[in-house]
Design a protein. Sequence first.
Length: 569
Amino acid sequence: MNSTAGWRRKYIMHFVCAVWGCFLLIASAAAAPGSNEANGPDPDSALPQPSASSAAGNQKEITELKQKLAEQQSQIEKLSVILQQQTNPSQDSGTTAGAQAQVASMVPMIPSAPVATASPVLPQAEHKEPEAAPLQFKLGSATFTPVGFMDFTSVFRDTDAGSGIGTNFGSIPYRTAASVPANLTEFRMSLQNSRIGMRVDATVHGTQVIGYWESDFLGGTGNPPVGNISVTTNSDAFRLRLYWVDLRKGKFEILGGQTWSLMTPGRKGISPLPADVFYTNDYDVNYHLGLVWGRIPEFRMVYHPSDKVAMALALGNPEQYIGGSGGSGAIVIPTSLASSYASELDNGTTVLAVPNVLPDIILKFAFDPTSRVHFEFTGLERTFRTYNPLTAQHFDAAGGGVEANFNLELLKNFRFVTNNYWSDGGGRYIFGQAPDLVIRSDGSPSLVKSGSTVSGFEFKHKSFQAYTYYGGVYIKRNVIVDPVTGSFYGYGYPGSANSQNRGVQEGTIGFIEDFWKDAKYGALSLMGQYAYFARDPWNIPSGTPRETHMNEAWLNLRYTLPGSAPSPK
């Protein structure tokens, strides 16, 4: 062989054959009778002198060893011919013994057996485990995904509304010379909107189960709840936002717990998951004026006849509400019934003392013909009951409302949204901006009509989002005249307080910029929002402007926890 590769192969094979022969010699000697493989000869024992018979025996063993070496060398040469033919099929079978030895010396020793042609060994693909998000883990068959974010918020108002980082839409102060709040600006920083929670996914007997919990530190009112703790420790109160379990099998789904009410607009289908619910992109922790929503205890049944259609029936926790929450004005009850009816109606501070008679009944139909179009219709039925202890009479009234919501992608990543609501006795769902009812002189309820809208545009480009919305609330007056005294009661009557609003409006614009976003490491976002509010009451006291307004701005830095929920199977 004249090539350089042939020359190298020749000497490498000679070297390996020499090593191989030495190995066989050592192995045969070690296998000879009388050898001590484990410990070798005992240095303390007496070594007998070799006799003539033992010398003859040794000579015989050496002869047998030489024969075995010759037989093994013959086997090696035969193997080398086979390997040479497999390695160089074009080479003539009359290759020299030297070349045969070169190839044979490169193969390991094999037992004396029929030689089979070896199949080529293919490299195996490296097996890689799927990378999991750092904050997702499994217990048994359930997957646990922590949810939440950490917020650092600053808010500025050009008039002191005294409502923390959330806006009390119905109580924007009037700008008069005697009003202290109206003539002072307000600035504060807070971490209260930070959230923490957990999502649990599991499949049980073919049923997809989702459990969801979410809490924040807004303490129910948006302000530290006890004394002046914000002076030193700023110990914001921990509160429950959402806590529900949802089961779905095939086309049927049921849910129970504290959830986004079925009255809350959706972004797609009918789903309790926050990502599928429309509560605007606003940073304001009270969301947007005119938005219909609630996070209340609810039992829900959903039917999905197809991926594009969903229908639901919900039983929501009821509340006979007369105003006073979210900065709104409360009704005035006739003097003779004021004390006895105080425990029958919720004025924003009654908590759980109201004796509601039946749950609110909500029906919703949602249709998503494509991923770019979503629209839904919602119907509400409510029942009210009061008791007049002066006449020992019960009174009942039935109310309700309708809602039509649309979400359309006009251009790629550019959406138009509009959500519209009108009710007779459904003011509680407009963030409590309108009372559900007033009380007549005989103690019977008379329902208050109210309506609202939130409409606007949303735009997204890569890591940047922008939005603008208009929201408005209208509350119709309901005046009660005492037949004996001729005094006025109810809502929006002549001489009523300027907290009883006829209309409140908000226009807002905002942005969200994600500096980075990754399911493994979380996201860091900068959020900004500006809003203009105007409030118009039914009655304007002498010397008071017709309306009042407020400018408000938020700037927020948010770190969102990493992790992503598993895809349903």
